[in-house]
Design a protein around this ligand. Sequence first.
Ligand code: SF4
Ligand code: SF4
Length: 436
Amino acid sequence: MGLHRLKELSHRHSGKDAVSIVVCHGGVISAIMGELFPQEKKNIWDWIPGPGFGYCIEFENGDPVMYEKINEIKKLGFGLMRPPMKGDEIDIEQMKDMVDVFMDNGYTYFDTAYVYMGGKSEEAAKAALVDRYPRSQFQLATKLPTYSVKKLDDAKRMFETSLKRTGAGFFDFYLLHNLDRDNNMIEDPLGVWDYLKKEKEDGRIVNLGFSFHDTADVLDKILEAHHSDTDFVQLQVNYADWEDEKVQSRKCCEVARKYGKPIIVMEPVRGGSLGNLPENVARIMKDAEPDVSLSSWAMRYAASVDGVMTVLSGMSTLDQVKDNVKTMENFKPVTEEEKGLIEEVKAELAKTPLIPCTACRYCTDGCPKKLNIPGFIHVLNEYKLYGYKEVAKTNYQWTIDGGIASDCIECGACEKSCPQKINIIEEMKKTAELFD
Ligand code: SF4
Ligand code: SF4
C-alpha cells in the first residue's frame, strides 16, 4: 500500500522537480538512511521499514534536508458523511478534536463527497483537516455525483468545486459516486472517465475508482470495461449484507479480487444499525465479550475480508472515534469461533426483517415535500423491532423537519436515487397510516 504514497509524492511534484524511486532490500534502505541522517543516532534495526514501505527523502542542492516515513494506510478511514452537529451546522471544533485523536493514532484516510450535506462536509474537511495538517500526512477522498452529470462540463465544474471547497490541491482518491446498472458509466457517452484520467495524468487525482451499489454481475461488467481505468473500488461490506441478495457483499468482494482491485469498505456498521442491535440479539455478543461494543464486531468483520485496504466509519462523536481506534489498534482478524457467533447474530436478526436503509440521504435532496425519509424509515424499523407504538410515534414527531409522511405525492424521485432499492413510497404510506 506504500505505492499510494509513492504515487502521491510523485504527482505532487508535477514534474517540476526530479522524483526518483529506489526499490531495494530493507538492509540497503537502512544503510542509506544511516549514512544520510547520522544525527538521528539510529541503529540498523531502527531504520529498517516494514515490507513494501520505506522513506521519502528530500534533497536540496544534493544534500538530504528531510525525510518522511512511508506508512501503510491503516484499516480505519474517517467517513465524513455524518459529522458532529451543533444545531443545523457542523460542529467544527468537535470535529477538530475527533480528527486530532484519529491522526494521533496513526490513521490518515478521510472520505467525503461533493453531495454530503450540500457541500458542507467538504468545507468541514478543509477546516478540520486540510488547513491544520501538512498535506503529505493524510489521504483525502471525495466523490463525483455521476448521477447528476448531464454534460461533461458538469463533471468538470463539480471536480473544481470539490478542490476549492476542500483546499486539498489534489485528491488521493477520487470516486465516481454510486455506480449501478442505471447510470451508464460503462459506455460513458459523456467521456467522464477520459476526463478524470486526464486529471490523473495532471496529478490532481492520484487514485481513481468508484463506489458501487448493485449486484456483483454489474460490478463485473463495469470492471471488465474499465479495468485499466480503476485503481480501487468502494463496496458496501458488513456481516448483515454478506449474503444479502441485493447488496451481495461477498460476491462483490470476489469480483474486486478477481480484477486485483483493493477494496475500501463503506457501511461496515450498516448506517449504525449493527451498533444498535435489539437486546435479544445484542445479548449474544455481550455475553461473549461484555466490554466490547457492538460496532467493533462489525468493524472487525469488515476489516478481516481479504483485499480490504481500509474500512470507512462515519463517525459523529469523539467517543465513536475512540471506540473505533481502540478496535483497530493491534487489529486482529475475526477468528472462526467469532465468525460462528456472528452467524448466530445473523440468524437472530433474520427473524426481524428490517427496511435496509443506511441513512445515506441520497433520497432527500430530490424530495419536493422535503420529507425526512431516512428518519421516518428509522422510526418504522424501531417500531418493527420493539413494537411500542406510542414511543415510535413520539420519535416520529421528533423526526419531522419538513413535510409529514402523508404529504408524499408519490412522485418517485426518491426511489430513483436509493442505492438500497427501497420501496420508499410504500414505506411513506405505512408511516402515514401509523403515525400521522
Ligand atoms: S415519492 Fe414521496 S417521499 Fe419520494 S420524493 Fe416524492 S414526495 Fe418525496
Ligand atoms: S431510503 Fe435509500 S436513499 Fe434514502 S437514506 Fe435510506 S438507503 Fe439512503
